[in-house]
Design a binder for this molecule. Sequence first.
Ligand code: SF4
Length: 694
Amino acid sequence: VIEIGQPEHSVVTTCAYCGVGCSFKAEMRGDELVRMVPWKDGKANRGHSCVKGRFAWGYATHKERILNPMIREKVTDPWREVSWDEALGHVAREFTRIQAEHGRGAIGGLTSSRCTNEETYLVQKLIRQGFGNNNVDTCARVCHSPTGYGLGQAFGTSAGTQDFDSVEETDVVLVIGANPAAAHPVFASRLKKRLRAGAKLIVIDPRRTETVRSPHVEAAFHLPVQPGTNVAMITALAHVIVTEGLFDEAFIRERCDWSEFEDYAEFVADPRHSPEETERFTGVPAADVRGAARLFAQGGNGSIYYGLGVTEHSQGSTTVMAIANLAMLTGNIGRPGVGVNPLRGQNNVQGSCDMGSFPHELPGYRHISTDAARETFEMLWGVTLDKEPGLRITNMLDAAVEGSFKGLYVQGEDILQSDPDTRHVAAGLAAMDCVVVHDLFLNETANYAHVFLPGSTFLEKDGTFTNAERRINRVRKVMAPRNGFADWEVTQMLAQAMGLDWAYTHPAQIMDEIAMTTPSFAGVSYERLDALGSVQWPCNEAAPEGTPIMHVDGFVRGRGKFIRTEYIPTDERTGPRFPLLLTTGRILSQYNVGAQTRRTANTVWHDEDLLEIHPHDAEQRGIRDGDWVRLASRAGETTLRAEITDRVAPGVVYTTFHHPLTQANVITTDFSDWATNCPEYKVTAVQVAPSNGP
Ligand code: SF4
């Protein structure tokens, strides 16, 4: 029993964990947060929450939080606490020196999907206006960057098409590479309610997840694909729909380019894309694929929800485009109950992408080479912007190893733990002169930092997060920042130390600038958000109260684009030394690398990552349930305990990536999506052997 006092007042704010974006009332007694109560008027959650949002906020007052800036000359030196002035002055001098000695492009920065829209906007502004380059990237690079590319190509906008309410009108739900029961629990509850009311479920996932089968809900079809074969599977579904004449011709003629459709139809109808042919490498029985295709095409309103099991592949962008093809093929776009819906992992992945965090895009997804978009910011900021895209994080690290990239500002991301090929990340960071980590805790990346700037939690700031349904929710300050300053203030102080004349006194002014420069946010203001509770972008003169469903009368790009999606197997192959395929995922109680959830008083949290292995594979290796095992790939190795289960098929193993001791990314490869460099986290050839432990 946890003893709590009676609250004296409350503040409505937004959960800082997953992309559902639940609204909460933070109940306070004086400056002390007593409890978080899900807000019944929150449009994303309607009074519901999961254990993370409700109970896992104790990290805000955890004793390991760093509250004072620190610097050190060499990363082997001990940290020295300094004043904010000294820390920021040091960074400004170092960044200026680096640019004088190595060129304007020798520094860059990373925005965070955990920070607010306003904070993200300021970091990319600092880089573009202050650093004078486009070397900005975001942690969305390693999760949903293929969504941005793929949906942009097919529909003309890089976001999900529906609101969460839409699920209440769906008849058939296709979930691909996502496990909302574990990763998006409040949305999963709404989905389950609809399934219990009679909607049908199809799941494409290598693993029999909690979404496939749970009390009272079972998928009509579970298609357990071999990791890495999503494109072949979705094309096989389209093959059945086209060759059996189940496509929506009226929708395609009215909304899409008919000649592109004809080309696509010819492509998918080729016998090599049939379920019988593709069964050889997807591993899914052809009869199930045919059944699922007929159900999706003929079952009424069909909606598609997907996650990182789609994007984190060498063909992540191709898979997103294949999904868009499937939705257009069946006429499932532009009304309630249908659509293509990426389920975002972090609270503000959508927002960090919206705010211009990629090196090739200004806020609002306008390419940096677009003169009109650049001119908008040039006039406001008084600078000439580089029209060439900057470096992605992988390119920054490559350039660092080569000696031409020397300084990095990392806000709210632990790239050493969350990016692939840990050794390469470490080598890149170690080669830089000035690594600045701006975060709550001394994370793994901070081992390579020269300056640590303490960050603030979502409870200590005003701002907005944008959730997976494009809903812009207010984040409201509940308590004073324990470190003294909200993150947007720290970025502003760094900009001022570098000579910029920024003078924001409240994040509302930053949102006003976003609205002024970004057409899809033109109607967004704190006044409107406070009046309406939240709005979904586009919010502008044509849609002053926002846009719950997109592409209603036409696609943003005009006509929907069918794109041939040729399946190309990943270069990551199994063989005698590495005979099993590893894929990864999440559990309900943890969040990403656990930096926040592990620092809460709650005792329900799992404390280790487990390796799920099929009984057949375990027996072959003499592994018993609970044994330590060594998990090795061509990139590296780690040690963890085995859980023997038939949730995974023979030949496939699975683990989570929540615990720093496991460091699952030590073993993932450096293969990545061809279009966006999103890492191929979901397919790694591995060997598993008994071990005596770490
Ligand atoms: Fe927070 Fe996501 Fe849980 Fe909602 S579902 S409370 S947003 S972690």
